[in-house]
Design a protein around this ligand. Structure first.
Ligand SMILES: [Zn+2]
Ligand SMILES: [Zn+2]
Length: 561
């Protein structure tokens, strides 16, 4: 259990005390404890183990007991009691952007709002605008944010859906009487977010049903063979197939409607016993699931012109990573050694720049100190007889509001690598945000544009940009575009990858790792770029260390002289 999680539960408790009209001092104590825990360097878990939690300022006996219970049991009495009595829909209402506990309390006590549906109805009827402390503008904003939350709630991030369905798939495969169980649908197509998990299963229906009931919440009224939810509420549909139509059923349940319809229109209903044969018997090259989006893949399959998609094994370097110099969890040495142990040949260290105080951004002086450590480590790696490995000293340099960079040019010129990213001032029009980024990438020191829209999947829309103009600007200045592989970001969106590569822009698949574990996030980035038809030669960090260094140098000579 991480400090962040504990802090969130404490903050939630504070909000809920306020929401239920409880003691304001008590609410403040929980809110204060949440802030304390959030800022602590040491893991709360360890303090609990050593029984030293009460020594922390602002955490008295009562709070310490609550936190200990939370760590040990996943909850504590105060929170449980409130949750017990609260209409559960209010938790959703509290998640609507812009609605704090005080506003939700007003909506609840004065308008009887206890769910998102209530809230939406009240807004549509115009009843919120007349409430004191609200207004017509707030009402409109609430309506918009409810719509967004409903979309978000129905979907899950791709990586989380794999964990959600894995135990069920495994149990089905292990069972006597089940012949075959496969994942289909959006998960198999590696969609960045997933609205429904689909399994195709053949075998004894009763056996399958029993296993399903052991892992999932069935719907009251089942639609089809078996439907319900799994995990934290992900929609689940199990399709029963016979052994002889398994391949065609799996195929039909995997492709997007566009892909399946276009195939049937051009080639008729498929009849084959393997997916391979479905394509080959139609005279087509095999289309991997992640390309089955109805976006030109069937035409390419006719010509045998489908891309040879990149794989994780193609990646030779990892660019854009953080360390304890800024907001990472591991030291530069730990991160570098982990990357080397993974078999990578080079590693870009790109900690945050000075204006991002919240992430402990580096002053120019600390950036220079880091440069010295990079040189020392490189000397050490070159001499230790281990596999060839090189650090590139970089920065994830903030793009300031006006498109300027957060370090002066002479500081940037000393770095090996500059990733330029937006972290502040998200409230811009599309014109402003686009202009800001175009200006940033035209700075000759910028090598890679980091997470181009700043989106967090199912949590925050990115700032609006004109992707075409941004891609054109990157092409003009030879700047690569990052596909940030953090499973919450996957930004650049895969739908823009082909536009970028068609202009000759290289894609950098960057883990943006803030810990050693985070280095593995490239797998999600690779899943996303494959949907964007990316081949290895279109990826920046597939280059060898020498070629990557040469790319950086060439850019400097062409663009910076
Ligand atoms: Zn960033
Ligand atoms: Zn970063």
């Amino acid at each position: 259990m991480t400090n962040k999680y504990i802090a969130r539960r404490l903050k939630q408790t504070a909000d809920l005390i306020e929401l239920t009209g409880g003691n304001a001092f008590r609410a403040r104590a929980y809110a204060g404890a949440a802030r304390t825990v959030d800022r602590m360097d040491e893991a709360v878990l360890q303090l609990v183990e050593r029984d030293t939690l009460t020594g922390v300022q602002g955490i008295g006996k009562g709070l310490a007991a609550d936190i200990e219970a939370l760590v040990r049991t996943g909850s504590f009495e105060t929170l449980d009691q409130i949750l017990e009595t609260l209409p559960p829909g209010l938790l959703d209402v509290l998640r609507v952007k812009g609605l704090g506990s005080k506003k939700v309390r007003a909506l609840w006590t004065e308008l009887g709002v206890t769910s998102l549906d209530d809230l939406e109805a009240a807004a549509v009827a115009g009843r919120i605008a007349s409430l004191s402390g609200f207004g017509a503008k707030t009402q409109t904003t609430i309506l918009k944010n409810v719509e967004q939350l409903k979309v978000y709630r129905a979907r899950r991030r791709y990586y989380a859906t794999l964990d959600a369905v894995a135990p069920l798939v495994e149990a089905l495969r292990d069972a006597d009487g089940v012949e075959r169980a496969e994942v289909a649908g959006e998960i198999r197509r590696k969609m960045d977010t997933v609205g429904e998990a689909v399994l195709v299963v053949s075998g004894d229906e009763e056996t399958i049903r029993t296993i399903f009931l052991g892992h999932a919440e069935p719907d009251d009224e089942v639609d089809g063979f078996l439907t319900g939810t799994i995990g934290d509420g992900l929609r689940l549909r199990v399709v029963h197939a016979r052994a002889d139509d398994f391949a065609t059923t799996w195929w039909r349940e995997t492709g997007s409607a566009e892909h399946v319809t276009a195939f049937v229109e051009a080639h008729g209903e498929p009849e084959a016993t393997t997916e391979d044969a479905i394509y080959t018997s139609a005279g087509l090259a095999f289309v991997v699931p992640e390309l089955r989006e109805g976006d030109g893949e069937l035409e390419a399959a006719v010509e045998d012109a489908l891309p040879d998609l990149i794989t994780v094994a193609d990646l030779r370097g990892s660019l854009h990573n953080h360390s304890t110099y800024s907001d990472g969890a591991h030291t530069l040495r730990q991160m570098a050694e982990a990357a080397r142990a993974m078999g990578l040949e080079y590693f870009g260290i790109c900690d945050h720049s000075r204006s991002l105080v919240i992430a402990n951004g580096l002053s120019i002086e600390r950036l220079r100190e880091q440069g010295e450590e990079v040189r020392a480590l490189n000397a050490e790696f070159a001499a230790d007889g281990g596999p060839s490995f090189r650090l590139f000293h970089g920065s994830e340099c903030d793009i300031l509001r006006d498109g300027d960079l957060d370090y002066p040019d002479e500081v940037l010129a000393d770095l090996d690598l500059v990733v330029a990213s937006v972290h502040t001032h998200f409230n811009m029009t599309e014109d402003e945000a686009t202009e800001r980024i175009v200006r940033a990438v035209s700075n000759p020191h910028v090598d890679i544009l980091g997470h181009p829209t700043g989106r967090l999947l199912l949590a925050r829309e990115g700032y609006p940009i004109d992707h075409r103009l941004v891609i054109d600007a990157c092409a003009a200045h030879g700047v690569a575009i990052e596909l940030n592989a953090n499973p919450y970001r996957l930004d650049l969106d895969w739908r823009w990858v082909r536009e970028a590569t068609s202009h000759g822009v290289l894609i950098a698949i960057n883990p943006d790792a803030h810990s050693i574990d985070g280095l593995d996030d490239v797998q999600w980035g690779v899943a996303a770029v494959r949907k964007g038809w990316l081949t290895a030669s279109q990826c920046l960090n597939v280059k060898s260390a020498d070629d990557f260094a040469a790319w950086l140098t060439a850019r400097r000579q062409v663009d910076r002289s």
